[in-house]
Design a protein around this ligand. Structure first.
Ligand SMILES: Nc1nc2c(c(=O)[nH]1)N[C@H]1C(S)=C(S)[C@@H](COP(=O)(O)OP(=O)(O)OC[C@H]3O[C@@H](n4cnc5c(N)ncnc54)[C@H](O)[C@@H]3O)O[C@H]1N2
Ligand code: MOO
Length: 661
């Protein structure tokens, strides 16, 4: 083949690959969530699996298959609740220190486990231990402390307090009555239930067989947690979160690991899962891109096959649901938040039914959404939010990381719904927030603004002092806005005053005071060993970067303090890469470390963390705006104390920041 021919061959290979990679909108038919659920549930057997008997010790977290009726009373007999004497209350009337009543002791002592032999007659008493069986004839028990043993002659006691009938007696069946329904089916057995089952004499109990749910991740890029990341690899987080969520929903997760994008391998895994499990859950490869094999594999498994492919939801559009015979399968979208969101909406309810559990009760609260949230027309959109306490009730902030992020779901407090026919939720609208997770306890202090690694040190010191902080990274400007609106207690900021060049002082108002934090050095970062930068000062390095050929920068987003510095350094120049504007120091460092860019500006600790070279340029001041009306709160005071604390300051210094003052 000539050069030209082989180039042509290469081009047509590439075109074929691009064609194959093109995602085509070939969803079966995009349906509403309700229609999808109905179609799915109509084709599968939606009832609890069979019962199995397990020993009490194995019953923890299992679901009761039948109601449990108590076969015995607890206590099984009338029981003394104190150490003392069993007697007849009528004999005690009028007893006092001044006029004690005299009782002759019967010739037995009832310890726990003894069956009484003698009847308690008027004027007599029988010695009894806590837990002893109250003897015939007695109707009350008195405490030993209120009696005096008389030594001479036949043993007798003097009683100095009157007793009421029934005093210090627990009657048979008062705790658990024979014939009473002790526990109802569908209850998830915890330690408390185990105690009740044991008290009614049960050594084993019938529980619903746990649905076995195969969890299969797909994708060549996936790396199991614990192994080193390969270039372009990501950790298989879906497998882990879905497996754990299966268990939370009452199932048994059967992990199949991450299967590469290989049709035969995936087909084999899915068939083996179908043969051994009650449900199969895959993630990724459902969007119909080139590597998106999952739906193709499940399409070939047998009738009825794919029932739903495409729902009018965001996240969740590429969701695929189906069945083989009556056995359900689901292919969840690969994006982590889409995967777990659709799992909870479509898969968990099915697992709960199979597991014998009732539907999960959703808890909602009303909150104000302070910002406008745009939404795609035609898809019902779920927006994950963080909740903070505003001056006028709960405020819900969209977390804003998108469905590709793991933390969107994992760190959210709940979600709001935007109707498919709305193109946005307007700022300051009220919305119902469906809570997720165990409803995290309200934080003692809310910190909203710019994030910094050393802030974690202060928050840690606060935790050591017993205060829980909630931090929301909304950027310096977002922090100023939240503090002004009374939605947080403290706003960490680093904003330069364009007029004076000073940091943060211009943000002080009558409602917001400024507490100094620390200084962080910003500088030029580059791959260590890059001879074009090594040994140069900032001015020389910039000059080289602007004139050198084949040098690519990575910029920062408009509004970032660092961007102001970059523009000052560039003095109007627009070098290659200027339009690449990620939003964090970490993103800048990663781009340079991985060779997608050659230089940028970031703070020193981050440069260090990524093993990059660093040329100092200018310090940046990271301070705290404190909402005056909230300053007296104990947690805010503790935060300020932690900031001044020598131990905290040393820890801040250790990660490369210089604490103020
Ligand atoms: N041109 C279009 N592109 C995309 C569309 C579309 O309609 N047209 N749909 C988007 C939507 S919506 C979603 S959600 C994603 C989901 O696509 P797939 O289900 O096919 O998933 P992949 O493409 O294989 O992966 C997406 C993403 O998720 C990561 N991933 C996959 N598995 C895991 C795992 N086990 N743990 C962690 N992360 C995982 C994967 O690496 C990708 O980054 O597609 C949009 N694109
Ligand atoms: O399921 Mo996708 O999240 O709609 O982005």
């Amino acid at each position: 083949m000539s050069d030209a021919e082989s180039r042509k061959q290469g081009d047509s290979d590439l075109i074929a690959r691009v064609r194959a990679a093109a995602r085509q909108e070939q969803f079966l038919e995009v349906v509403s969530a309700e229609a999808a659920r109905a179609r799915f549930e109509a084709h599968i057997e939606l009832k609890p699996l069979s019962a199995e008997r397990v020993a009490l010790a194995e019953a923890l977290t299992r679901v009761l298959a039948h109601d449990v009726v108590a076969a015995v009373d607890a206590p099984p007999f009338d029981r003394a609740n104190v150490d003392g004497f069993a007697l007849q209350a009528a004999d005690t009337v009028g007893a006092s220190d001044a006029a004690p009543k005299l009782f002759t002791l019967n010739a037995e002592v009832i310890a726990c486990g003894d069956s009484p032999a003698l009847e308690v007659k008027p004027g007599t008493a029988t010695t009894i231990a806590t837990g002893g069986v109250v003897p015939r004839g007695a109707d009350a028990v008195v405490m030993i402390e209120h009696t005096e043993l008389i030594g001479e002659g036949a043993p007798r006691i003097e009683l100095t307090r009157a007793a009421t009938p029934g005093q210090f007696i627990s009657y048979a069946g008062s705790d658990i009555a024979r014939g009473e329904t002790l526990l109802r089916k569908g209850v998830r057995i915890g330690s408390r239930e185990i105690g009740m089952l044991a008290a009614s004499g049960l050594a084993a109990v019938d529980v619903v067989r746990r649905p076995r749910v195969a969890v299969i991740s797909t994708g060549d890029e996936l790396v199991p947690p614990g192994e080193a990341l390969k270039p372009a690899g990501i950790y298989d987080s879906n497998g882990a979160i879905i497996g754990a969520a299966v268990v939370e929903a009452g199932g048994e997760a059967v992990p199949f690991g991450a299967i590469p994008d290989d049709r035969a391998a995936l087909d084999k895994a899915v068939r083996s899962a179908l043969g051994s499990c009650d449900m199969v859950v895959l993630s990724a490869g459902t969007s119909k891109g080139a590597g998106d094999l999952s739906h193709a594999v499940v399409a070939g498994l047998g009738a009825p096959g794919i029932l739903v492919h495409g729902v009018a939801l965001k996240p969740g559009k590429p969701l695929c649901l189906g069945a083989v015979g009556k056995l359900p399968f689901a292919v969840l979208p690969g994006f982590p938040t889409s995967a777990i969101f659709t799992f909870h909406a479509f898969v968990a309810p099915v697992i709960r039914v199979l597991a014998g559990l009732p539907p999960e009760a959703a808890q909602t609260i009303e909150a104000r959404v302070p910002v406008r949230v745009a939404s795609e027309l035609g898809r019902k959109e779920f927006v994950l939010v963080s909740l903070v306490d505003g001056d006028d009730g709960p405020v819900a902030f969209p977390t804003g990381k998108g469905s590709g992020a793991v933390t969107s779901f994992s760190q959210a407090d709940g979600f709001i719904e935007i109707d498919a026919l709305a193109s946005a939720l307007e700022a300051d609208a009220r919305a119902q927030v469906t809570l997720i997770g165990a409803g995290a306890a309200a934080p003692d202090v809310t910190i909203m603004g710019s994030h910094d690694v050393a802030l974690d040190v202060v928050v840690g010191a606060l935790a050591e002092r017993g205060f829980a902080a909630r931090t929301l990274a909304v950027g310096s400007l977002g922090g100023v806005a939240a503090a002004t609106r009374g939605q947080c207690d403290i706003a960490p900021v680093h904003l330069v005053d364009p007029r004076s060049g000073d940091y943060n002082k211009h943000l002080v108002t009558s409602e917001l005071s400024l507490v100094p934090g620390w200084k962080r050095m910003q500088g030029l970062v580059f791959r260590a060993g890059d001879a074009r930068f090594e040994g140069k000062n900032a001015a020389e390095a910039i000059k080289m970067a602007l004139t050198g050929s084949d040098i690519l920068m990575v910029n920062r987003n408009a509004g970032a303090g660092t961007r102001v510095l970059i523009d000052r350094l560039l003095n109007g120049a627009r070098p290659a890469g200027y339009a690449n504007q990620p939003k964090s120091h970490n993103a800048v460092a990663a781009a340079i470390a991985q060779g997608r860019a050659d230089w940028g500006v970031a703070i020193e600790p981050v440069a260090k963390m990524y093993g990059l070279g660093f040329i100092p340029v200018a310090p940046e001041y990271y301070d705290f705006l404190v909402v005056e009306s909230r300053k007296a709160r104990p947690a805010v005071q503790a935060f300020l104390a932690a900031l001044r604390d020598e131990v905290t300051r040393a820890r801040i210094r250790a990660i490369g920041m210089e604490p103020a003052g």
